[in-house]
Design a protein around this ligand. Sequence first.
Ligand code: FES
Ligand code: FES
Length: 151
Amino acid sequence: MQIELTINGKLKSLEIHPGESLLETLRKNGYTGVKYGCGTGDCGACVVLLNEKPVNSCQVLTAAVDGESVTTVEGIGTMDKPHPIQEELVKAGAVQCGYCTPGVVLSAYALLQTNPHPTEDEIKTALDGHLCRCTGYVKIIEGVKNAAEKV
Ligand code: FES
Ligand code: FES
């Protein structure tokens, strides 16, 4: 079936299978910043923004979001032009293997859009769906806190 999605501000017409997840659709169309972790909604590696709100894309049927708007990490910043959240996560040492990072960046971005000066508890709540096997979370929280000063 054919659907349309606005991805990172660009309207795309995509051919999908009816049972395909948004995670699968995005990755097969080149948005490989979206990561497959668990496939069961438990790790946050696949988080994207759907109409500006973080969702686990492995749990979203693409057919159900026809016509909607999606933001992936590719729409937030690039290697040449990183977003301040990405810069501050790197500076804080919060990017080790990096597998959790795209999802964390998107959840932090959504948080700072609605709450530019979050408390530590608010940052923890915004990121509580993200598993990170490397950093122990302290550095991630520090990076988001520092980014909040700049965004
Ligand atoms: S891959 Fe979607 S939550 Fe883990
Ligand atoms: S940096 Fe490796 S899982 Fe988070």
